[in-house]
Design a protein around this ligand. Structure first.
Ligand SMILES: [Cu+2]
Length: 457
């Protein structure tokens, strides 16, 4: 084989055009301190912890089935790890300290290297001392593209967060172990952002069709998402396509760690503003605005097709073993006692140690797994929420199917919102070998007792 002079020139030209520094840093994910304008203009900038200099960390976009490699370089004053949320990943790459890897010390690094089997909207975030590290900004979007995606004019990732900032200095409030937060709804903030900005706006044209990838990166806040000036259909939840798109009628909950892919048509006219809001008891507040200018040539009213399905296992939920996970404790339902460090402690003793919650009587990740599953076996888990608060239960390494009230199988998810007093069943095929965390994604709850795990061998 010979290379023609023309080909040679082209290849050397191509090489010289590749920015070498960018190439080197593309494979690195540097956890570092940085500064960013989080509060509205006019307020001071906020010192944050970020991946490679910005919150959210830069969007990682790869085709379905690709191999993803990132060297985590820890330039923080604390040990850290990265969890690739929702990816049905090789266990050794799951990023859970003490379960799948050792923490990455300051000035040390760790090579993450895995395949992304499923298309969809995922995210990555710190998984050591996450109640602090995620609140300081250590998260970013991970988008796995379908071979052929839907016909849309724009594909926008909107990563939502809820910050607790000092109203004067705009510094992140450092009370991550505040017992009141831990024992109640978790750390709720005073400033909501999308993509690290307060009240951002995006330019659109009237009649455009957008794919919005909503990701809730907040520590504890459940958004109740509603659309204004937009007609929307949910096409995927937690990355996984729905069998049939679901029209957004009023609002839908997006709990911490959950994602929703929504295809929207811009109904607002040129010169108007469309928006995404979160509905609260006493009104709604804006998350994201769309400034409408001009009119798209798109013919309005075309139907929404489902996204191409990922290759998921068959779940035959009937007559499969049922494992009960009782969620206990928190304010108003204080623990009488629970197990910690091999001893049974009273609720008062646990509270003094900053433990307010328990799963099946354990106020920490127990020594033995909640479920010891044979590879390929099918299980149901029943989450029984006996507390006075909502919890977003997240399973690592697997997606599960919700079991609906009538016993039929609902959507695939990796994080299920269990409202207070509610009992929810899910079904899964334990098809990914390893030790996997199962915990509440209200990060203060996880830090103060709501942590368990299951084993697949
Ligand atoms: Cu919780």
């Amino acid at each position: 084989m010979t290379i023609s002079r023309r080909q040679f020139l082209q290849s050397t030209l191509a090489l010289s055009m590749i920015p070498r520094v960018a190439m080197a840093s593309a494979a690195e994910l540097v956890a570092q301190t940085s500064i960013q304008q989080i509060a509205p203009q006019g307020y001071p900038e906020t010192p944050v912890w970020s991946y490679s200099g910005g919150v959210p960390g830069s969007e990682i976009r790869v085709p379905q089935g690709a191999r993803l490699r990132r060297k985590l370089v820890n330039m923080l004053p604390q040990p850290t790890t990265v969890h690739w949320h929702g990816i049905r990943i090789d266990n050794a790459m799951d990023g859970v300290p003490g379960l799948t890897q050792e923490v990455v010390q300051p000035n040390a690094s760790f090579d993450y290297d895995f395949v992304v089997p499923d298309a969809g909207t995922y995210w990555y975030h710190a998984h050591n001392q996450s109640v602090e590290q995620v609140a300081r900004g250590l998260y970013g979007p991970l988008i796995v593209e379908e071979a052929s995606g839907p016909d849309v004019d724009q594909d926008l990732t909107l990563m939502l967060d809820d910050w607790r900032l000092d109203p004067e200095s705009a510094e992140i409030s450092g009370d991550f172990d505040n017992g009141h937060d831990l024992s109640h709804a978790g750390r709720l903030g005073n400033l909501v952002t999308a993509n690290g900005k307060f009240d951002p706006s995006y330019p659109v044209q009237a009649s455009e069709r957008l794919r919005l990838r909503l990701i809730n990166a907040a520590n504890a806040r459940i958004f109740d998402v509603a659309l204004d000036g937009l007609a929307g259909w949910i096409v995927a939840l937690d990355g996984m396509p729905l069998d049939a798109p679901l029209r957004v009628e009023n609002s839908f909950p997006l709990a911490p760690a959950q994602r929703a892919d929504v295809i929207v048509d811009v109904l607002a006219g040129s010169g108007q503003t469309a928006s995404i809001v979160s509905v609260e008891r006493d009104g709604a507040y804006g998350l994201v605005k769309f400034d409408v200018s001009g009119i798209s040539a798109r013919v309005a009213g075309a139907g929404i097709d489902p996204l191409p399905a990922n290759l998921m296992p068959e779940v035959a939920a009937q007559n499969t073993p049922l494992h009960r996970m009782i969620m206990q404790g928190g304010a108003m339902r204080w623990l009488e006692s629970a197990s910690l460090g091999g001893a049974e402690l009273s609720g008062r003793e646990l509270a003094q140690l900053g433990r307010f919650w328990a799963l099946n009587g354990y106020a920490e990740r127990p020594e033995d797994p909640f479920l010891d599953a044979r590879l390929g076996s099918v299980h149901r888990i029943e989450f029984a929420n006996e507390t006075a608060f909502a919890h977003a239960m997240h399973l690592h390494g697997h997606h599960f199917r919700l079991i609906l009230q009538d016993g039929t199988l609902g959507p695939w998810r990796d994080t299920v919102l269990v409202e207070r007093g509610q009992v929810r069943q899910v079904a899964l095929v334990a098809d990914n070998p390893g030790d996997w965390l199962l915990h509440c994604h209200m990060l203060g709850h996880a830090a103060s007792g709501m942590m368990s795990w299951f084993r697949v061998t």
